[in-house]
Design a binder for this molecule. Sequence first.
Ligand code: KIV
Ligand code: ZN
Length: 420
Amino acid sequence: MNTKNTILIFDTTLRDGEQSPGASMNTEEKIQIASQLERLGVDIIEAGFAAASPGDFDAIDKIAQRVTHSRVCSLARATDNDVKSAGEAIAKAKMKRIHTFIATSKIHMEYKLKMTPDEVIKRAVRAVEYARTFVDDVEFSCEDAGRSDMGFMKEISDAVIQAGASTINLPDTVGFRLPFEIGDMVKQMSEYVGNRAIISVHNHNDLGLGVANSLEAVINGARQVECTINGLGERAGNAALEEIVMALKTRSDVFSDYETNINTKEIYPSSRLIANITGIEPQPNKAIVGKNAFAHESGIHQDGMLKNKSTYEIISPADIGLDREDTLVLGKLSGRAAFKDKLAKLGFILKDEALNSSFERFKIMADKKKVIYDDDLRALVTNEMTKAPKIYEIISLQLMDFSEGTPSAVVKIKKDDQKS
Ligand code: KIV
Ligand code: ZN
């Protein structure tokens, strides 16, 4: 019997991710991404913010018709107009959700909404009740939960659960909280709410803590995590899906009670699709999907890897769907063993002197060039292999110009096997 807790993965690449500067996507691209997210196995796809524009509405509507295995969700502010748009946009989905939100922190209520806490509760309840006329599954978010009063969040949660919400999301909207603080907030809220609703988190990455905060939330009772592929999202982005999922999987010793429905082999294809469509490449040293995430450059590491991959690799590239068999990158710190191995993979078997002299020339090249590409190696080795055997060597060459007479040259040569 499976007694593990399933952590629902709520992907918001198409909504919060699209809020990254420069990440806007057209409808066709959004459909492609949604289909890939479905292959990846995400439980809920936040397909957009239906009231934002006719284009957003249309994309959500098309995604709702295409996706069958994931739940399709639209965001809505706590207004009738937004909720109606969301309800209509997801109407054709097999499984659907409306996600409505209103800010609950003192700062937001006072300066942004200019509403009293009682007015905020009334708006939230009305939005949830109205959303329930479109769907059975309604999520309510306390925007800026990270800076909201715990007593007020309990009060508004009671009211929206009563109105029909089944998920309470606690966003750290400005990425302000530290892991122990998120853990404490989630623990208090999940104990308070009990089995009346699922507690969800949505962590922004302003202090680089989005993933750590999400993992701490899981340990303390969150059963849904909101995240994006490649950590895309508003400002410094959202917690990265691939990092959360691979941390849960790789550290199954710590997270033995939890599982996700993610097919991790679809992580790398998903990351590449998003990067290609948005034009936003993950930083090279980005965990899990950065282009250097599985690259071993130093000689010591390469030597260890060749002997046994577990010396320096905690995740197999194949687990995230990265086919690249060979993840050794050659540079000036690479050793002879890695050089030889890489050449063999390129189809060159060099021995003894040829290997030594190629390696010497490789070191000189590596001093000048940061990264040595396969083509550089091919050129270097081809050169080595096509060196003609030496038969004659020119010892000296003297040219004489007899302007009046016949020009002549004196050439001293030696045959390869002769002494000069
Ligand atoms: O960061 C945030 O608070 C949000 C909400 C709309 C969930 O994105
Ligand atoms: Zn957000």
